[in-house]
Design a protein around this ligand. Structure first.
Ligand SMILES: Cc1cc2nc3c(=O)[nH]c(=O)nc-3n(C[C@H](O)[C@H](O)[C@H](O)COP(=O)(O)OP(=O)(O)OC[C@H]3O[C@@H](n4cnc5c(N)ncnc54)[C@H](O)[C@@H]3O)c2cc1C
Length: 244
């Protein structure tokens, strides 16, 4: 698919947590966006200090069948050019982006079961993949491990429960690395879920998205369990993950 420039209008804004926001963008010109689940788009904006134009990538969190309105999910990085730019957009604003891009997309293939592992807003492209998989006449068996920090960082849990309810081959587990008292769900990093629940990767295709340390640690754990395709989208280099 060629990279194109799009004009879109902010159709809806939803605050999902104290620092995560969802944006629905209606395509104006061209009127639709064809993409594969997992791909991203890029915005250009001035750097708040230098004024130089910088480019930032954001994964499309909606499914390709919804080609007229796309959804983005992003968290506020204090002082950040890209996240600040997106947080400043108001309902009705017009904006421009380029896309779709990159090789992190759901492969059609192969009879392998899907394992999705996300930290923080790394759920965005995986959300697109989960929704696209659920629309298939025969959804492939899939497991999601999603790492967040604490209860105040939780979002989309009801949507996930609804999706697993209508997709019997899907299992979704959210784990909190620093839960407050009263949490009865999984706790610890996503790595713990890999250690405890993935005995072999022989039959899996794995999709990882989030911060660099989670991706590196998860990759090495998975590789100790055997050989399988591992597709990875790194959002940023970290010394402390959003899960920590
Ligand atoms: C292919 C691709 C797709 C992406 N899709 C998304 C997406 O769907 N949603 C999303 O929120 N981000 C996404 N990102 C990250 C996004 O492009 C920006 O890097 C992020 O919004 C921060 O940009 P900034 O200009 O606001 O801050 P910057 O000034 O660029 O970042 C400052 C510092 O903040 C830290 N940082 C960067 N991103 C984060 C983060 N998400 N959480 C915590 N700390 C961070 C890093 O240490 C960075 O050095 C994606 C990145 C890539 C490469």
């Amino acid at each position: 698919m060629p990279i194109e420039t799009f004009t879109a209008q902010v159709e809806a804004i939803k605050n999902l947590t104290h620092d995560v926001r969802q944006l629905d963008l209606r395509l104006i010109e061209p009127k639709t966006l064809m993409f594969k689940p997992g791909q991203f788009i890029s915005f250009e904006m001035p750097h708040p200090q230098t004024g130089h134009l910088v480019t930032r990538a954001y994964s499309i969190a909606s499914q390709p069948s919804r080609s007229e309105v796309i959804t983005l999910l992003f968290n506020l990085v204090p002082g950040g050019s890209g996240s600040g730019f997106l947080f400043d957009l108001k309902a009705g604003d017009k904006t421009h982006f380029k896309g779709p891009a990159r090789r992190f997309y759901l492969r059609e293939d192969s009879g392998r079961e899907l394992l999705f592992i996300a930290s923080g807003t790394g759920i965005a492209p995986i959300r697109s993949m989960l929704l696209a998989n659920a629309e298939r006449p025969d959804p492939r068996p899939a497991t999601l491990f999603w790492g967040l920090r604490s209860q105040r960082d939780l979002y989309d849990q009801e949507k996930l429960a609804e999706l697993t309810g209508r997709t019997p081959t899907l299992t979704a587990i959210t784990t909190l690395s620093r839960p407050e008292p009263g949490w009865s769900g999984e706790s610890g990093r996503v790595l713990r879920l890999i250690e405890e629940r993935i005995a072999s990767v022989k039959n899996l295709a794995v999709y990882l998205c989030g911060n660099s340390s989670m991706i590196a640690d998860a990759t090495s754990l998975l590789q100790r369990r055997g050989l399988c395709p591992i597709y990875r989208e790194k959002y940023y280099d970290d010394t402390g993950s959003p899960e920590d």
